[in-house]
Design a protein around this ligand. Structure first.
Ligand SMILES: [Fe+2]
Ligand SMILES: [Fe+2]
Length: 146
């Protein structure tokens, strides 16, 4: 019997960058599904999480690798790598029927995500928002006649 534990999206996770926020809502959904999956659903839920995490982390890694990113990106990329490598290890153990390991992994992700989002993804989101506004406040001007 599994005990249902909620891991649901909350506005406290919002970082103010649309793509990151949408991706993070999907992360929460995938982890919540894995956390509450029945044994038979675990392999599928884990594959869905891995599919999500590969794209999620690759997108962030691409931004972090931009030549104008102000530094500190290596640590962030390394954290993604650790989480993904653990997921691959868990997949191997799950294939041997150890479903409890997948639930423990999902719980570790629940514990990991808020800190990662607050300290690492928020810095990335702030930089992306600033860059998209070219570092200047948004100003609306009349179109100049050609
Ligand atoms: Fe993220
Ligand atoms: Fe991240």
């Amino acid at each position: 019997m599994t005990t249902e534990q909620p891991f649901t999206w909350s506005d406290r996770f919002l970082l103010g960058h649309n793509t990151i926020d949408t991706t993070h809502a999907e992360f929460v959904e995938c982890v919540g599904a894995l956390l509450n999956a029945r044994d038979a659903e675990i392999p599928g839920a884990l594959d869905a999480f891995i599919h999500h995490a590969e794209a999620h982390f690759q997108q962030e890694n691409d931004w972090l690798s931009a030549p104008d990113f102000p530094g500190g990106g290596e640590c962030h990329i390394e954290e993604h790598e650790k989480v993904l490598n653990s997921a691959y290890d868990v997949r191997e153990v799950v294939a041997q029927g150890r479903f409890d390991v997948a639930r423990a992994y999902a719980q570790a992700l629940v514990d990991w995500f808020p800190g990662h989002a607050d300290y690492m993804d928020s810095a990335l989101a702030t930089w992306l928002v600033k860059r998209s506004h070219n570092g200047r406040p948004l100003v609306f001007r009349r179109m100049e006649a050609a």
